[in-house]
Design a protein around this ligand. Structure first.
Ligand code: BT5
Length: 291
């Protein structure tokens, strides 16, 4: 059994002086009472320390457990980002959460959950921290040029059954300091707002907003794409894009109904980058020239 097997769930030590722990009952109650959250999340689990909330969520899926679970941890020892990168996860100050879902939607639409998550986080952060964050397509939330949150979608093959979807969310809420390599590129809501942010309130708002956005995905993606456009910092920027096949530069023009980024190249041709294909996107930082 892995050390952070779900049977140990709910056992938490008293929080240290770093700050109060997440208010488990308040978050669970909010989920039960929220009209959409109670459809999407039937159980909320808490750990003091875990390897990776995403890893545990995938293990639960692999064991055949039913989806609809939100897993929170106060710290992660092996928090992960995309493509084998790591996620800095200091204890008791931030939010680390994974949702283990079994969406009754075609697998090809799973990537839209990444954009829906980004929109929900923008809304929740705006409401609780009163800070404006922007989306850097496809999975970063930024303030200025600094990253404040990241999203990691993972899935697994369960032999013929509908695959599970794990949505991992890391938000730098009240962390004051970063390791040297992150100092130039990361920030937290507390640093931006100049005051500590109520993590439990943010967790509640986040679960409600996520459920509403996921619910809206059952219809068309039109509303999601319309919502994301004004919040997406990448649009209108010159970008350098790396995919498994090539690297190129172009202007980020728009987001397609399937979530792909539409880029206009120097020769006027259009290239669409699917959410599944993006390895790296760097904004070159010029505004798009007029038509
Ligand atoms: C992401 O990856 O941005 C997705 C991060 C998802 C983290 C959550 S926490 C809960 C759940 N459980 C997990 O194990 N993971 C998820 P990516 O786009 O690959 O960005 C990773 C890069 O961001 C790293 O290579 C660093 O440069 C930078 N980074 C690492 N930790 C950071 C932090 N706390 N804040 C800002 N930037 C960070």
């Amino acid at each position: 059994m892995p050390q952070d097997h779900p049977t140990s769930l709910g056992e938490r030590s008293a929080p240290p002086s770093a700050g109060p722990g997440l208010e488990m009952e308040a978050i669970r109650t909010h989920c039960k009472q929220h009209p959409k959250a109670r459809e999407w999340i039937r159980e909320v689990l808490f750990f003091d320390r875990i390897g990776s909330t995403n890893r545990t969520a995938l293990e639960m899926a692999g064991m055949g457990m039913p989806g609809g679970v939100a897993i929170f941890a106060e710290s992660q020892t092996a928090g992960r980002g995309r493509l084998g990168r790591s996620w800095f996860s200091p204890e008791w100050v931030n939010l680390y959460c994974s949702l283990f879902l079994m969406p009754h939607q075609p697998v090809r639409t799973f990537h839209l959950f990444s954009l829906a998550t980004a929109v929900a986080l923008v809304q929740a952060i705006q409401r609780v921290a009163e800070c404006t964050v922007q989306i850097k397509w496809p999975n970063d939330l930024v303030m200025g040029n600094r990253k404040v949150a990241g999203i990691l979608l993972e899935s697994a093959s369960l032999g013929g059954q509908t695959p599970p979807l794990v949505v991992g969310i890391g938000i730098n809420v009240n962390v004051d300091e970063f390791p040297p390599e992150l100092q130039p590129i990361a920030t937290s809501l507390k640093i931006a707002a100049g005051k500590p942010i109520d993590r439990s309130a943010l967790a509640q708002e986040m679960l409600g907003a996520l459920s509403e956005q996921y619910d809206a995905l059952r219809g068309s993606s039109r509303h999601l794409i319309e919502t994301i456009r004004p919040a997406c910092r990448t649009l209108g920027k010159k970008v350098s894009v790396r995919t498994p096949r090539n690297t190129f530069e172009g202007w980020a023009d728009d987001i397609e109904p399937d979530g792909a980024l539409r880029c206009r190249l120097g020769d006027g041709s259009i290239r669409k980058i699917a959410l599944a294909d993006i390895l790296h996107l760097r904004e070159i930082g010029e505004d798009a020239p007029g038509p």
